[in-house]
Each structure stands twice: as C-alpha cells, then as structure tokens.
Ligand binder design. Structure first.
Ligand code: GLN
Length: 233
C-alpha cells in the first residue's frame, strides 16, 4: 500500500470525529485549520445526511482517519471529501441552508471528491426526466454527466451486481456493487470518463480528481474503491 506508507496520520487509525459532537476542537475553525500540514489532514465525510458512518467504517478498515464536515470552514481541515448516499432532496436543502454550495465547488477544484449514489446526484451537472419536477434537487454541477434519480426503480428494485471497474488498476476481479434506489447516468459529457459499466450502461464516472458512483461501495467489506480513492489524494 504505497499511499499508506507515504502518509502519517495524526491520531489513531480509523478515528472519526463529528464536528461539534465531541471531536477535536475546530469544528467552527475559530483558530484556523486543525492541521497545518496538508499531509496530515484526514479524509472528510459530508455528514449532513445519509450513510456517512458506513464510509467512516470503510476508511477505518484501511487504517484511515476521517472527519465529519458540516460547515464551510471545516473543509480547511480535510484532504479529500466523500459525499455519501442518502437523499439528494435533503442534501440539497441542507447544503443551501448552511451555505456549503460554493465552498464545496471551490474545494473540488483541487481536492479529490467521491460521491456515491445521492452523492453522485449532487456532484452531477444536472437531472433528466423528473416529470416536470425536480423535487428541489439542485446538483452542484462539478461532474460532467446527467443523471436520472431512482433510475432503476424503487427501494424494492434494489440489487447487487458484479461490476468491472477501471479505477481498480491491477485488480482482476469484479466489484459487488450495491444499487439502492440508484440514479442512472444517462449522459456523460466530454470532461468525464466512464470507469465502470453495468449492463452496457455507465455506473461510475471519473473526471480528474472527481469520482462519482451510482452504487454504494461502503456497503460491502471490499475496500478496493475506497483504497483507489485514497490513491487520488
Ligand atoms: N434515490 C436517492 C436520491 O435521489 C438516492 C438513494 C441512495 O443514495 N441510495 O437522492
């Protein structure tokens, strides 16, 4: 694991801090960034809503510290960010109420960001086919693709499928991808590359430091995608 050797983490492996909930001081960043040195910053998890704890566990299994992010200033304390699955309606509402939209766009210019399921919807450039109503979902527009929310159907249509993934270099076996009310990627623009396909359709796209997945890698014990994301830092 060449990346792990290169980085030194400031605290116990797998430690997770929810800002404002007893984690290290600095959630509001009154005294500036927690970690001066970019090398020592933890991976951020957007903890507005969704299954961010599963991502925390996935990184912990790799020995990597994470930090919950809920406020713009907390972006100074992380080296990369995961936007978890959940509900893009709620994510949109909270993101805008807190004033995170522009800070997230600024962060994504030069830091790795991974979005899973609703997280991908938030990263995408837009929605299609919302039956004249987007239910208030307003993507950030950082990843050059269009998505259809709930494109595979309802909760009951959730499924797991083996998927070959290009970001897993040197890995010959497929990844068991869990799709839960997943979005469909219906169009991929020229800036993004398809890195995983299921049934002839893209299910993951990468655009430089940005990675968007329609499925939930955090819901399996297979840490290869989280590891690949760490390699992007
Ligand atoms: N269908 C949800 C949405 O539109 C996403 C579901 C998920 O993240 N598992 O936001």
């Amino acid at each position: 694991m060449k990346w792990m050797k290169a980085r030194k983490w400031p605290a116990a492996a797998g430690k997770f801090s929810l800002s404002g909930m007893g984690g290290p001081a600095g959630g509001n960043n009154p005294d500036g960034p927690l970690y001066e040195d970019e090398m020592y910053k933890p991976v951020g998890l957007l903890t507005l809503q969704g299954d961010y704890e599963k991502h925390q566990q996935a990184f912990a299994a790799l020995g990597v510290e994470t930090l919950g992010v809920r406020r713009p200033a907390e972006l100074d304390d992380i080296c990369a960010l995961v936007v978890p699955g959940g509900e893009s309606t709620t994510l949109t509402r909270l993101m805008d109420r807190i004033g995170l939209r522009q800070p997230l766009l600024d962060f994504a210019v030069d830091h790795p960001v991974m979005g899973t399921c609703a997280g991908l919807i938030m990263m995408s450039s837009g929605l299609v086919d919302e039956k004249n109503s987007d239910f208030g979902v307003e993507p950030l527009g950082m990843l050059d693709c269009l998505v259809r929310r709930n494109g595979y159907g309802r909760q009951i249509d959730s499924f797991t499928a083996p998927v070959g993934i290009d970001v897993l270099e040197g890995s010959s076996h497929t990844f068991d991808a869990v799709f839960i009310r997943a979005p469909r990627i219906v169009e991929v623009g020229p800036l993004a590359n398809v890195v995983a396909v299921h049934d002839g359709e893209p299910v993951a796209v990468r655009q430089g430091n940005l990675l968007g997945l329609t499925f939930h890698p955090e819901l399996t014990a297979d840490g290869r995608i989280h590891q690949a994301f760490l390699e992007m830092i």
